[in-house]
Design a protein around this ligand. Structure first.
Ligand code: ASP
Length: 340
């Protein structure tokens, strides 16, 4: 699954940047089948020639896997991170572009950002439209990502995501629109920069980055994620506890509040030694214990829940899977999250 073909493209000019394209699947590799888009075995529609490859770059295509991104598991994301670390350490490349399905791209990119400490750029990209569709965006996105991965400064921003000429921080970016090419955005924060023709224009540095400790990346599967809605959440948290989860992320309402009966499920989970981390289903902003009614954030804190700052629930879940999998203690996890 994780080791496939490698084909070198001819030199385009002397003194080039050597950029690896690590492909994982997604719409950018899909073609129309009888019932809709799919990855067709044996075919590789990833466009890595012609206009997609800027002057002065030498491209090497390394296939990691070829999957729709809903099929990319946390374990596979961890393998991808380890592969990126190894490729960066090899010293053969000036930068790495990862092509990925858009559905879970932000999770893979975020985990890579939290784990990697590479000195070369790692840039994720994708396509909202398949190569067969009118107005296909894949080649342009790949080109933008190659330009970004050739930039000498961009690695200082951590792992980045380039689509639709925008450069985003992996920690902030999210897929906001099911179908539009402008889908990837960083609500409340905006892009870090832009690709304009052949230029990469960096404008902001993300100070917000969580970093896992150095070591082998391993994912603990026992982390649940419960999204709260009116009258919903207690049964779901209890289910996670019964399943033996080590931690549960509660994607709470607003500032970090839940319906009254959910607060009892939180207390019960903590009593049973399940760590409870509260985040918000709002797009932007920190959770904080400012409300003291039953189910309010202050009440949840008193019952043993940890307020996890300004972080999307699905990213926090992955981070906790990695932190617990790497053997981090609860107090160290708290201090890792305390700056958020
Ligand atoms: N469903 C696709 C995937 O994530 C969407 C895409 O790549 O744009 O694999």
């Amino acid at each position: 699954m994780t080791d496939c073909s490698s084909s070198e493209h001819p030199l385009r000019s002397s003194g080039e940047k050597r950029i690896a394209i690590l492909s994982t699947g997604g719409t950018i590799e899909m073609q129309p089948g009888p019932g809709g888009l799919d990855i067709i075995d044996g075919q590789d529609p990833l466009s890595l020639e012609g206009d997609a490859v800027p002057e002065g770059t030498r491209i090497e295509h390394v296939k990691f896997c070829s999957l729709p991104s809903p099929a990319i598991t946390p374990d596979l994301m961890a393998s991808l991170c380890l592969r990126l670390r190894d490729m960066a350490e090899e010293g053969r490349y000036d930068g790495i572009v990862v092509t990925h399905g858009t559905d879970t791209l932000e999770e893979s990119a975020f985990l890579a950002d939290a784990y990697l400490r590479t000195e070369i750029p790692v840039v994720f990209t994708a396509a909202m439209r398949s190569p067969s569709e009118l107005g296909v965006d894949g080649p342009r996105n790949v080109r933008g990502a190659i330009l970004a991965a050739s930039n000498n400064e961009i690695h200082k921003l951590g792992v980045t995501v380039v689509l639709n000429d925008e450069i985003h921080a992996a920690g902030r970016v999210t897929k906001t629109y099911t179908s539009n090419v402008s889908s990837f955005a960083s609500p409340g924060y905006g892009p870090l920069g832009f690709v304009d023709q052949d230029r990469v224009l960096l404008q902001r540095i993300p100070l917000w980055r969580v970093q896992l400790p150095p070591g082998e990346l391993a994912m603990d599967p026992g982390v649940g994620l419960v999204r709260i809605a009116a009258g919903l959440g207690a049964r779901e948290i209890s289910h996670c506890v019964r399943c033996g989860d080590r931690a549960v992320v509660v994607e709470a309402l607003g500032r970090g509040n839940v319906p009254p009966e959910v607060s009892e499920a939180v207390e019960e989970a903590v009593f049973r030694r399940v760590m409870v981390f509260v985040t918000s289903r709002c797009y932007v902003g920190r959770v904080l214990g400012v409300y003291d009614y039953k189910g309010g954030g202050a009440d949840l804190e008193r019952r043993g829940a940890f307020m996890a700052g300004d972080m999307q629930g699905h990213k926090l879940r992955l981070l906790l899977m990695a932190a617990i999998g790497m053997g981090m203690e609860e107090r160290h996890i708290h201090s890792m999250l305390s700056r958020l």
